[in-house]
Design a protein. Structure first.
Length: 168
């Protein structure tokens, strides 16, 4: 397979992974928020919405790994890491996006599934309430503020490839 064919395959994988990283879990989050607002936190329907949301988070995190892997593959194959636009993109990813994804993986793939493994109509205990508060009040709010701006900045860097100072 020619280098250009591998690059095109990696680019398709990269763009597809971006869509699956951002789309499904964001849509599931909007539905979850609507269910919590309309029906309350502790209902069978909201519980189901949480379960679907958790599944979409799993898809999101697999897509994120694929996004990173395909990006590294393209950089190694064609660009190298000595271009300023790519270095700035990596800085945004390393300092902003990866820390948020680590928190999201911790809460979305470890803590939330423990809470929603079964419907508990009696309510959440103190530890579960605290976990949900941290996730909704901090993790998702920070992600909603940082990820769109970061993604737009990355898109600008990738498309415009501006002349910036090299970071290394």
């Amino acid at each position: 397979m020619a280098t250009i064919d591998i690059f095109v395959a990696l680019k398709i994988m990269h763009i597809g992974s971006l869509v699956f990283w951002l789309g499904p879990s964001l849509g599931a989050w909007f539905i979850l928020m609507a269910m919590r607002k309309q029906l309350g936190e502790i209902t069978p329907a909201t519980h189901l919405a949480y379960r679907v949301f958790i599944k979409m988070l799993i898809l999101e995190h697999v897509a994120f790994v694929s996004l990173i892997a395909s990006g590294i593959g393209m950089a190694i194959l064609v660009f190298g890491f000595n271009q300023a636009w790519l270095q700035w993109k990596l800085l945004i990813i390393l300092l902003l996006i990866i820390p948020l994804e680590i928190l999201d993986i911790w809460y979305g793939n470890i803590k939330l599934p423990q809470i929603f493994s079964r419907l508990n109509e009696a309510g959440y205990d103190t530890k579960q309430t605290r976990t949900l508060h941290i996730y909704h009040a901090y993790v998702t709010r920070i992600a909603i503020a940082i990820i769109p701006v970061s993604v737009l900045a990355i898109m600008w860097l990738v498309i415009a490839k501006p002349s910036l100072a090299n970071l290394w």
